[in-house]
Design a protein around this ligand. Sequence first.
Ligand code: IPD
Ligand code: CA
Ligand code: CA
Length: 570
Amino acid sequence: MYGRRLATIEEIIALVSPDSDEELSTLEAWADNHGIPVHAVEVGDDIDSVYAPEREYLGVTLGGDGTYLEGVRQFSPKQIPILGINAGTLAFLASISPCDLTDALDEALRGGATVDRRQQLHVAADRVNCTGINDVMIEHEPPEDPVDRKITRLQVFADGEFVGEYEGSGLAVSTPTGSTGVSLSAGGPVHYPMNNSSLQIVPLHTHQMGVRPLIVDADTTIKVVAEGPANLLVDGGRVQSRLEEDDVVTIGGADTSALVVNTSYDDDFFTSISEKLGWSVREDRHDRGDADRLVETEDDGEVVRQAKQVAEEAAKAAGEALRELHGQTESVEYKSDKSDIVTEADYKADNIITTVIENEFPDHGIRSEESDERVGSSEYTWLIDPLDGTGNFAHGNPNYSISIALVEDEEPVMGVVYAPETDEMFAAIDGEGATLDGLPISTTDRATLDECMLLSGYDPNGAFLSHCYQETRGVRSLGSAALNLCFLAAGSADALWEFDTYPWDVAAGVVIAREAGATLTTANGDRYDPIAAHEARNELVGSNGAVHETLLRHLDEKQDLQAPKQTSAD
Ligand code: IPD
Ligand code: CA
Ligand code: CA
């Protein structure tokens, strides 16, 4: 959910067309109010002079589709999301009207906009090496003498296989964003362009009745060989060249996608299509709206359900940032000892999650491992570990997670744990069961330890491992307490022991594991309460229930397990 990341935008680069002074003044006044620097760059100039790689940018284009396409060319290689304001006369890509500029920006900054990844294409030919978001046209060159032949012959290959010889005015290869016009004129389908990675080969004014538009995966390598002179135009002529006989054009999906910001001030795709094409399928129907839209409500149950949705979106947004930084974190700070570390990624994820939650629930308290506590005025407090398993993360190991819990009057009532590398979302609401990617999960029913797989957290003197390894099928130490609880919940482990976790490590996982049927206690067998100990670390024993008493007995018998560390309350 990239849109949520826009809540942490630090600077704006505005690509400005010559007639957009008024829109630029409005943008600058809005940004000034929000303390966000704006760098205005005139169309034709390069954004490199104002760009710093470590900053989070929003790219805004002020102009028509030409300015927007220039924005795509400059912002996309840097993966800067693009918001297009239509200050021109007629525009399809830049679709926000200037009068909605500040409202659209407010929505984006609140994290309420969405960001679509749009497939681009890459075109390589003699003197051409570029990307485009719309299409590449290979068209006949008008003959000097009208009596001469006007058709173009083009041989087309897909991944080396000969597709055929196209005769006519030429052909277009288009992305899902650029396909609508040419596709319809050739009797092809409408493409829904959001997160759609495909390419379409469309014959132009073909002389062969049987030739139809062809859709291929964006990984397909398309080769077009010209049998005579032809013109090549990318994105309506932003790049153009003349092809000679036997020239080869290689076209495929580009590696980088364009990040397109959509706000509620843009036309919805299907609304705009149905209006432009006069579809009858929507007539006399109400606007069904966005099925996922948050419902404003005071009802407690609804607050928790809303909280779960926001937590999942915040976790996905932060997870995307973590995936980008995974394996390339250089700066590690030490907290209490050499294993207790924090990285720039912890702070980045923290910033995204806490900003999103603060925007959506301004009266809720927020306690995150990596930032100062925010005291709220309501009965709800969020408990967050923005990166659980930092040690794994910093070493390029994929076992790390994001843990977000909602606590109501000292009781965790909702938990979300997201594993960015496997894109797995564990979630639960108190009393409503636990899920993995929306499907119910439950603990195992193995009843004897010798058939059980155990997980352990920090094991100070290795006693848990050495003792339990003999008694069970195995003991694994995976490095994220939040994920350990989810693995217990989903049945890939039967029991676990955590020696000294903080409340934010386990609050979300506790709701998920309990809702999946797990038994969670202290080493004494008392019900585990992740909140009661507050700042203190504490010990947690979890199981599928069936082996719980046996496990507790083993822990008790095994006196050489190191005693828990002294807590601040001792
Ligand atoms: C740690 C991990 C680890 C557990 C430690 C936690 P962090 O959290 O969950 O598995 O054994 O007790 O502190 O520092 O990576 O967020
Ligand atoms: Ca942690
Ligand atoms: Ca952490």
